[in-house]
Every structure is written in structure tokens, then in C-alpha cells.
Design a protein around this ligand. Structure first.
Ligand SMILES: CC(C)(COP(=O)(O)OP(=O)(O)OC[C@H]1O[C@@H](n2cnc3c(N)ncnc32)[C@H](O)[C@@H]1OP(=O)(O)O)[C@@H](O)C(=O)NCCC(=O)NCCS
Length: 326
């Protein structure tokens, strides 16, 4: 039995690695969320401004027992390494995850990181509990935050025609238009500051045009498409709100809601739904259907959960975020 390093450069090795990771999600979740295999491989195989990713696999001959996916943040949480562990069901309760975690911690220490964080995707929608939370608690992690996982099965009928007086809608696809970039980075930074994160150790990301363009290029390299709808305050020309959704043709059945953000001075006017509904309409018109759109929100983020429920989302699981100081 040995632990091997995975970096995405060997497509066959990566496929074995990813089969364990996504196989576990598929087994645990009625609506599994996650990247397609090529979409994921690009994250590891290429340089990005925001994050460096690699992995570990515990293998025995030809058998892959378990894996760890490691995200090393390069902006924001640079003290943290994010670890996702997955163990094939037939090899559980034999210390596989513990071995992988220990190896990840050794590497994190060697790289000067002081916090290991992890997310349990498959918690019960009400209690949040799963084998992953039992493991995390047994291995010294502390629960820091919880988010409700909601899904919408597209196509949704009867999306509200909701506009807000004094605001115009603008939409774009893979690249933010240059004219909106100076304000778009303000909104992205605002999102990073304001999104509820409970007790997690978080450092807000100060977005720059270069970081936006790098992220856009990464998405294209991953094969992703993105739909953005923003609201502009007509009188002032201020970009007031935006939402982004997307996916990849590699996994047409899975779509993701990314950010939704309303600038602080424009809240309470219904701009959340005013950007989400048209974005959903554009997405539905542009992708093969049926498909499942996934979103996660802190339960205390009541306005966002209420908007989602109104649009046709329903709760399916709870994900919890855990941290351990090393
Ligand atoms: C969580 C998971 C990685 C654990 O893998 P594993 O190899 O079975 O874990 P280990 O054998 O190292 O378990 C170590 C300890 O964690 C606790 N634990 C692990 N699974 C448990 C379960 N299903 N119920 C209760 N306690 C559990 C126990 O204390 C265990 O020690 P013990 O077997 O001596 O009692 C595995 O169940 C899995 O892949 N789950 C789905 C994905 C996931 O939740 N990943 C974690 C998110 S990062």
C-alpha cells in the first residue's frame, strides 16, 4: 500500500483518482454536485492566479482505496489548505482516510500552512450529519459553518417577470465587458466580504481585473460556460447587483449557481430576484434540458434562501465546513 501524488498531468491516473472522488459523491447524494473529470483535471494541471490544486491517492496494486484533493489558496485564505477526502465504500473504517489526512497535514506543515479545512457535502438536510461529520469530529476538526444545499430541476415554469423601477438589466457570457470591469471587481470583492461564512477563518479576496480575466480563462480552459446577469442603476450608472450560473457540456445534467450579490446601498428592493430570474431564463434557453441547478447558502442568509424557494429550488442536503489548526 502506498500514497501517490496526483497532479493532473497524467490523464489516466487522474481518471482513476477522480472516479473515487466523484463515485463517493454519487453514492452519498441524491443530487451529486461536482466538476466533470476534464473540468477538474484542468484545475490541477494548470497554473491559476487564485488556487493551486493537487491530490493524494492511497493505492494497493491496481486498487484505489481513497483519495485526498488539496486546494492551496494563493489569494485570500493563504494560511489554509482545503482537503476533500473520499474513501471507496468497500475500504471504509480501516484507517484509509486517517492515513491520507496525516499525509496531507505533513505536506501542509512543510508548506507553512496552519489550518486544514474540509467540507462535508452529504449532511442530512436537517441534522447535517453524515459519516464525514463523524470522521471530522473524531479527527479533531471543529465545525465552523453550515450551508443548505438546494436544487432546482430545470426547466422551471412560471419564472417571475420581476423588474425593479430605476434599474436596467445587462447580460454577458464568458467575459465581463471592459466598461463594467472597474465596478464588477468592486462587486466581486463585496461578495467576498459579505457572504456569510459563520465562524470560518476567511480572508476576503480583493478582486482585480487581472484576477477576473485569469478566472475567465480558467473557466474556458475547463470547458465551462457562464451566464451573468447584472442590474444597473440607471440614474447613477452604478452596477448594483449581479448573478452568475454555469456548467460544462461534459456534464450537461449538472449546472451551478455561482455568486449572487447586491451592493449594500441597493439592498431591500428585490434586485436579487430581478437578476436571478432573467439569468435563469437565459440559462434554460441555452442549455440542454432537463438539468439540475445546484446552489448552497447559509441558512441564516434567509433572503437568499427565500428567493431561491420562490424561484423553485428545494432543500436536499446540508454541507458543513470544518477546520483543524495544525
Ligand atoms: C468520511 C470518510 C472519508 C471516512 O473514511 P474512512 O477511511 O472510513 O475513515 P477512517 O477509517 O480513517 O476513520 C477514522 C475514524 O473516524 C470515525 N468515523 C469514520 N467513519 C465513521 C462513520 N461512518 N460513523 C462513525 N464514525 C466514523 C471513527 O471514529 C473512525 O475510527 P474507528 O473506525 O476506529 O472508530 C468516508 O466515510 C467517506 O469517504 N465518506 C464520504 C466523503 C466524505 O464525507 N468525506 C469527508 C469530507 S472532506
Amino acid at each position: 500500500m502506498e500514497i501517490i501524488r496526483v497532479d493532473g498531468s497524467d490523464a489516466d491516473v487522474f481518471r482513476r483518482f477522480y472516479a473515487v472522488k466523484f463515485g463517493v459523491r454519487r453514492e452519498e447524494l441524491e443530487f451529486p454536485a461536482g466538476m466533470g473529470v476534464e473540468e477538474a483535471r484542468v484545475v490541477m494541471a494548470r497554473e491559476h492566479a487564485e488556487v493551486r490544486a493537487d491530490g493524494l491517492g492511497l493505492v494497493d496494486g491496481d486498487a484505489w482505496l481513497g483519495i485526498a484533493w488539496l486546494d492551496w489558496w494563493l489569494v485570500g485564505n493563504t494560511d489554509t489548505v482545503d482537503v476533500e477526502l473520499a474513501v471507496a465504500p468497500e475500504y471504509r473504517r480501516r484507517g484509509v482516510a486517517t492515513k491520507l489526512l496525516d499525509a496531507a497535514i505533513d505536506r501542509a506543515k512543510a508548506e507553512g500552512r496552519s489550518i486544514v479545512s474540509g467540507t462535508n457535502m452529504a449532511g442530512d438536510p436537517v441534522t447535517g450529519e453524515s459519516p464525514g461529520t463523524a470522521f471530522a469530529a473524531a479527527r479533531g476538526f471543529v465545525k465552523k459553518h453550515a450551508e443548505l444545499h438546494q436544487v432546482a430541476e430545470l426547466p422551471l415554469a412560471g419564472l417571475p417577470e420581476h423588474s425593479v423601477d430605476g434599474y436596467e438589466i445587462v447580460q454577458w457570457r464568458e467575459h465581463a465587458p471592459d466598461e463594467w470591469m472597474p465596478q464588477f471587481v468592486e462587486l466581486l470583492s463585496g461578495m467576498s466580504e459579505d457572504v456569510p461564512t459563520g465562524d470560518r477563518t476567511t480572508a476576503a479576496v480583493r478582486w482585480t481585473p487581472e484576477l477576473v480575466r485569469d478566472t475567465e480563462e480558467r473557466r474556458l480552459a475547463q470547458g465551462r460556460f457562464t451566464y451573468t446577469t447584472a442590474a444597473v442603476h440607471t440614474a447613477s450608472g452604478e452596477l448594483a447587483a449581479y448573478t452568475q450560473m454555469g456548467g460544462t457540456p461534459e456534464t450537461p445534467e449538472r449546472l451551478n449557481q455561482y455568486d449572487t450579490y447586491v451592493r449594500r446601498t441597493h439592498r431591500g428592493k428585490g434586485l436579487g430576484i430581478a437578476v436571478k430570474a432573467p439569468n435563469l431564463r437565459a440559462l434554460q434557453a441555452g442549455v440542454p434540458l432537463p438539468a439540475v441547478l445546484h446552489t448552497w447558502n447559509a441558512p441564516e442568509n434567509a433572503p437568499m434562501v427565500a428567493v431561491n424557494t420562490k424561484l423553485g429550488f428545494r432543500p436536499v442536503a446540508q454541507r458543513t465546513m470544518w477546520e483543524r489548526a495544525i
